[in-house]
Design a protein around this ligand. Structure first.
Ligand code: 7TS
Length: 416
């Protein structure tokens, strides 16, 4: 994602030193040292994140926004401090534009239900691409069912790249919203976001970006991108589960009705009329995930301390190495060969079901994901039931790639 990385070149990543921050990587699996190649599903957490959560839970926990007592104020400061940390991380204009959600899935559903559903009608169109995760398909299908609007899907080619010309042709006066992944989770393809956003805006459409697979691998600047909505999950960014972020341009968020009702999103309640809180709390009903937010902020500190450019370069090196090694293996086919990829390597082995392959690799301590990766239409496009997928994070090494290759040789032996 060269267009988005910081121009300052930090020192290259010392993955061995980084690994010391992740105690779980010392685990042995089936008698082998763990080789964790499933960060695209969920990354592991460094001590810095674990300690920040422990510190909050041990010394600062109470409910937020509700008490004048010291702990409630400490919790509120920690939670709202985390919001400011997120704002800075993605360069949003204001903390009013940062909504804490459970994760990417909830972020997309919030926009679907509170932005799209009330305003779209028959004749309106939502445009997505053929490489989306189910979380960026199903919420829009639900909107279409409820409102009568239609879903259009821009095609991909055999390399797993978006057919940009076809995408541009599908944009028109009826297009109200474009929802695209920044990076495909099943194939690793990086989408030409700036071009997509400019074209969508030229047609008056609003753009939601599913950034789940992008934020851990590149510096994302929502204002430079021009995204209207951008959402991501903490747990893929070395932070805790159960927390994520929806960024929305203030003007859009302000124009939307609340989604869920309950505490924190109200100002006053009577049986006749309830008035809603201001942004961002209008979209945060109920007691939020304070420790999660604190952990996410610590994860952002962590990746910035390593340098997102250094992380990206390190992962690109591993991706290039693994791609070259797997390409040399007979019977292995790489699925997703886009010119611009990030950190994900999907593949199949002839004659071996990906689940069996995953089981053999696990016996060697190598953790890869196997399945449809919640992107069934991508699998259908390639005529496959599933793939095996290795994904890389800041703690992976050339040794991990070598272990993957050795385990694949072993699997070939077992099945031949
Ligand atoms: N969008 C993309 C591109 C994703 O990769 C994922 C999760 C989601 C949305 C949903 O994120 P969540 O945190 O709300 O669940 N992707 C994967 C994966 O590739 N393997 O497991 C989860």
């Amino acid at each position: 994602m060269a267009a988005n990385v910081s121009p300052v070149r930090p020192a290259p990543l010392d993955a061995q030193r980084v690994r010391a921050d992740f105690p779980i990587l010392a685990t042995t699996v089936n008698g082998h040292p763990l080789v964790y190649l499933d960060s695209a599903a969920s990354a592991q957490r460094p001590l810095q994140v674990l300690r920040a959560v422990e510190e909050y839970e041990t010394h600062s926990h109470a409910n937020v926004h509700r008490g004048v007592h010291a702990l409630s104020q400490a919790a509120t400061a920690a939670y709202e401090g985390a919001r400011e940390r997120v704002r800075r991380f993605i360069n949003a204009r204001s903390t009013r534009e940062i909504i804490f959600v459970r994760g990417t899935t909830e972020g997309i559903n919030l926009v679907a239900q509170a932005y799209a559903r009330p305003r779209f009608k028959a004749g309106d169109e939502i445009l997505i691409t053929a490489l989306e995760h189910h979380a960026n398909i199903v919420p829009w299908q639900m909107v279409c069912e409820a409102s009568g609007c239609s879903l259009r899907v821009a095609p991909i080619n055999r390399r797993g790249e978006l057919e940009l010309e076809e995408f541009l042709k599908l944009l028109g006066p009826r297009t109200r919203l474009v929802a695209v992944a920044h990076v495909s989770n099943a194939l690793g393809t990086v989408l030409p976001l700036k071009r997509i956003i400019e074209a969508a805006h030229a047609h008056g459409a609003v753009v939601l970006v599913d950034g789940a697979q992008a934020v851990p691998h590149a510096h994302v600047d929502v204002r430079a991108l021009g995204a209207d909505f951008y959402t991501f999950s903490s747990h893929k960014l070395y932070g805790p589960t159960g927390i994520g972020v929806l960024y929305g341009r203030e003007e859009l968020l302000a124009s939307m009705p609340p989604w869920q009702g309950g505490g924190d999103m109200i100002l006053t309640v009577s049986f006749e009329k309830t008035t809603y809180n201001e942004l961002p709390w209008k979209f945060e009903a109920g007691t939020p995930n304070m420790s999660g937010a604190v952990g996410l902020a610590a994860a952002m500190d962590y990746v910035e301390s390593l340098g997102l450019t250094a992380i990206a370069e390190h992962e690109q090196h591993l991706l290039g190495l693994a791609t070259a090694e797997l390409a040399r293996l007979p019977d292995v086919e790489i699925i997703g060969t886009a010119a611009h990829k990030a950190s994900v390597l999907s593949f199949t082995m002839k004659g071996v079901h990906p689940h069996d392959l995953g089981t053999i690799l696990d016996a060697e301590g190598v953790a890869v994901r196997t399945g449809h990766h919640c992107a069934m239409p991508v699998m259908t496009f390639f005529g496959l039931p599933a793939t095996a997928r290795a994904s890389f994070g800041c703690y992976n090494t050339e040794g991990d790639v070598a272990s993957l290759v050795a385990a694949l040789h072993k699997a070939r032996g077992v099945f031949s």
